[in-house]
Design a binder for this molecule. Structure first.
Ligand code: G3I
Length: 287
C-alpha cells in the first residue's frame, strides 16, 4: 500500500482556481497499480498546504459559497480517483493537542460540522471508499484522542459515513513511547471502527548512534505489534521509508534518521523489528 506524501493535497492539485493538475498523483496511482499496491488517499480537508489563492478567495465568499467550494474540491478529487483509492484521509488534524478544535479556515468559517459534511461529500463521490479522520499525537489516551473519540462516537450516532481513525504515529526517541497506545486503539475498535497507523516514523537526534537506533527499533516494533495484534488495525504505513527522503530534518533541526531504511537504502534495526512484529502478529493462513 502506498500513500502520496504530497501529491493528493489541495495545493499541488489545484495551483490555479479551477485548473486541476492530477499528473503527479496519477503517476503515483499508475505505479501502485502496476505493483499491485493499494492507495491511501491523503488528504482532502486540512488546514495546511492549501493553494495560495484559496485563503484570499475565501475572504470574498460567504460561508455557504465556501462550503460549496470545499464540496466541489472533494467531489472532483474523490471522483477522479474513484475505484483507485481504497481509503481517504478525509479530514486531517482537526484538533489542537489540548483537544480543542483547531482554528482552521474550515472550523472558523463552517463550524465543527465541516467534518460531517466532508465525510458525506466524500461518500457521495465514492461510496466504496473507506473514509478516515487522521491525526497526530492521538496515539495515547489523553485530551486529544479523547476529543477525537467523542467526535467519532457522535458522528456514528448521527449516521455520518465514517470507517476508521488514522493514527499518524510521528514518534520521537526523546519522549517516552505512548504507553496507552494499545488501549487507545482498542477503544476505537470497540466503536466498530477500523484503525490504521498511517504515518509512522521515529525521529532521533543526529547523528544517530547504535543506542538510538536500538531505541527506535523498539518503538517501531511496539507500534507494529500493537497494530498486528489488533484485529481492527487494518494497515500500517510509514511516512517515508528511507532517511534519504523524510520531512523530519526540514522541520526539526538536528533530528532525523526517522525511517526504517538509512539514506543508502540499507535496512536499519527498525526494519527487522517491524518485520518481526508483523510475522508474529500475522493471521494464521490456511493452506
Ligand atoms: O512542491 C513545492 C515546490 O514547488 C517548492 O519549490 C518548494 C519550496 O519550498 O516547496 C515544495 O513544497 C514542499 C512540499 O513539502 C513538497 O516537497 C513544501 O514546501 C513543504 O512544506 C512540504 O512539506 C510537507 C508537509 O507535510 C507540509 O506540511 C512534507 O513533505 C510532508 O511529509 C508533510 O506530511 C505531513 C502529513 O501530510 C500530515 N501529517 C504530518 C506530516 C508531517 O508534517
Amino acid at each position: 500500500m502506498v500513500t502520496p506524501e504530497n501529491s493528493m493535497k489541495w495545493q499541488p492539485l489545484e495551483p490555479q482556481p479551477g485548473q486541476l493538475d492530477f499528473r503527479a498523483a496519477d503517476a503515483l496511482v499508475a505505479f501502485a497499480q502496476a505493483h499491485d499496491q493499494r492507495i491511501r488517499g491523503h488528504t482532502l480537508v486540512w488546514h495546511n498546504q492549501l493553494p495560495p489563492w484559496l485563503v484570499p478567495t475565501s475572504a470574498t465568499l460567504d460561508d455557504a459559497a465556501l462550503a460549496a467550494l470545499l464540496q466541489q474540491h472533494i467531489a472532483a478529487e474523490v471522483g477522479h480517483f474513484r475505484g483507485a483509492v481504497y481509503a481517504w484521509d478525509v479530514v486531517n488534524e482537526p484538533f489542537n493537542d489540548d483537544g480543542s478544535w483547531r482554528p482552521s479556515l474550515w472550523y472558523t468559517r463552517l463550524g465543527r460540522d465541516y467534518v460531517a459534511q466532508a465525510l458525506s461529500w466524500a461518500h457521495a463521490a465514492d461510496p466504496d471508499a473507506k473514509l478516515y479522520i487522521n491525526d497526530y499525537n492521538i496515539e495515547a489516551l489523553g485530551p486529544k484522542s479523547d476529543a477525537l473519540y467523542a467526535l467519532v462516537a457522535e458522528l456514528q450516532a448521527r449516521g455520518v459515513p465514517l470507517d476508521g481513525v488514522g493514527v499518524q504515529a510521528h514518534l520521537a526517541s526523546q519522549y517516552p513511547f505512548p504507553a496507552t497506545l494499545e488501549a487507545n486503539l482498542q477503544r476505537f475498535a470497540d466503536l466498530g471502527l477500523d484503525v490504521a497507523i498511517t504515518e509512522a516514523d521515529v525521529r532521533l537526534p543526529l547523528p544517530a548512534d547504535a543506542a538510538a537506533l536500538a531505541q527506535q527499533a523498539a518503538y517501531f516494533g511496539r507500534l507494529g505489534r500493537a497494530c498486528a495484534s489488533q484485529p481492527r488495525c487494518v494497515s500500517f504505513s510509514v511516512w517515508g521509508f528511507t532517511d534519504a527522503h523524510s520531512w523530519v530534518p526540514g522541520t526539526f533541526a538536528g533530528q532525523g534518521a526517522a525511517t526504517p531504511f538509512d539514506a543508502s537504502l540499507q535496512p536499519k534495526p527498525a526494519y527487522a523489528a517491524l518485520q518481526a512484529a508483523f510475522a508474529a502478529g500475522a493471521p494464521v493462513q490456511t493452506p
